[in-house]
Design a protein around this ligand. Structure first.
Ligand SMILES: [Fe+2]
Length: 153
C-alpha cells in the first residue's frame, strides 16, 4: 500500500500495543463464555481510551502509536468507537489496523469461541468493504488470506 519501512515498523509497534488498555479489564470478563452484561461490555469498550489516556498518550514514539491505539475500533462509516470518526478522519494506519484486527480476531480461537472459518472471515471483510473498512485494505487482506498468509484456527 505504499508505506515506507519506517511506517511499517510503526504499524507493527501499533499492532503490538493497540489493545494494551485491556489490562484494566478483569480476565474473567475477557474470557467470559456467556453473554456480557452492559457494564462488562462498557468496560471492554473503554480499552482504546484507557490505552491512550492512561498509558500511551505521553510516550514519544516516532510513530502515531498512541493515536492508533485510541482509534483502532473506529470504522469508515462512523459506526466505530470511541469517537465515531469517519472517512478521512481515519488515518492509513488506523484503517489498516482496524481491518487487520478483525481478521486476526476471527482467525484465532478465543476462550469463549472457536476460530471462525476462512470463508466466514472473508465474508465479513467483503461485506465491510467501503463502509466499515477501507476498500484498498480489504483487497490486500483478501489476497493475503487467499494466498494462505493468514492461519485459521
Ligand atoms: Fe481492541
Amino acid at each position: 500500500m505504499g508505506l515506507t519501512d519506517e511506517e511499517l515498523l510503526g504499524l507493527y509497534i501499533g499492532g503490538l500495543l493497540h489493545d494494551i488498555g485491556k489490562i484494566i479489564v478483569p480476565e474473567t470478563i475477557l474470557t467470559e463464555p456467556g453473554k456480557l452484561s452492559d457494564i462488562e461490555w462498557e468496560m471492554i469498550k473503554s480499552h482504546p481510551e484507557v490505552g491512550y489516556n492512561q498509558i500511551l498518550k505521553d510516550t514519544d514514539f516516532p510513530w502515531p502509536v498512541a493515536e492508533m491505539t485510541l482509534h483502532h475500533h473506529e470504522r469508515l462509516d462512523g459506526s466505530g468507537y470511541p469517537d465515531g470518526l469517519e472517512g478521512d478522519q481515519l488515518t492509513t494506519e488506523v484503517r489498516i489496523l482496524g481491518a487487520v484486527d478483525v481478521v486476526e480476531a476471527m482467525s484465532t480461537r478465543r476462550p469463549y469461541r472457536k476460530a471462525r472459518t476462512k470463508e466466514r472471515t472473508l465474508n465479513v471483510i467483503k461485506e465491510g468493504k467501503g463502509n466499515k473498512f477501507d476498500p484498498e485494505v480489504v483487497e490486500v487482506l483478501i489476497d493475503m488470506i487467499e494466498e494462505g498468509e493468514v492461519e485459521f484456527g
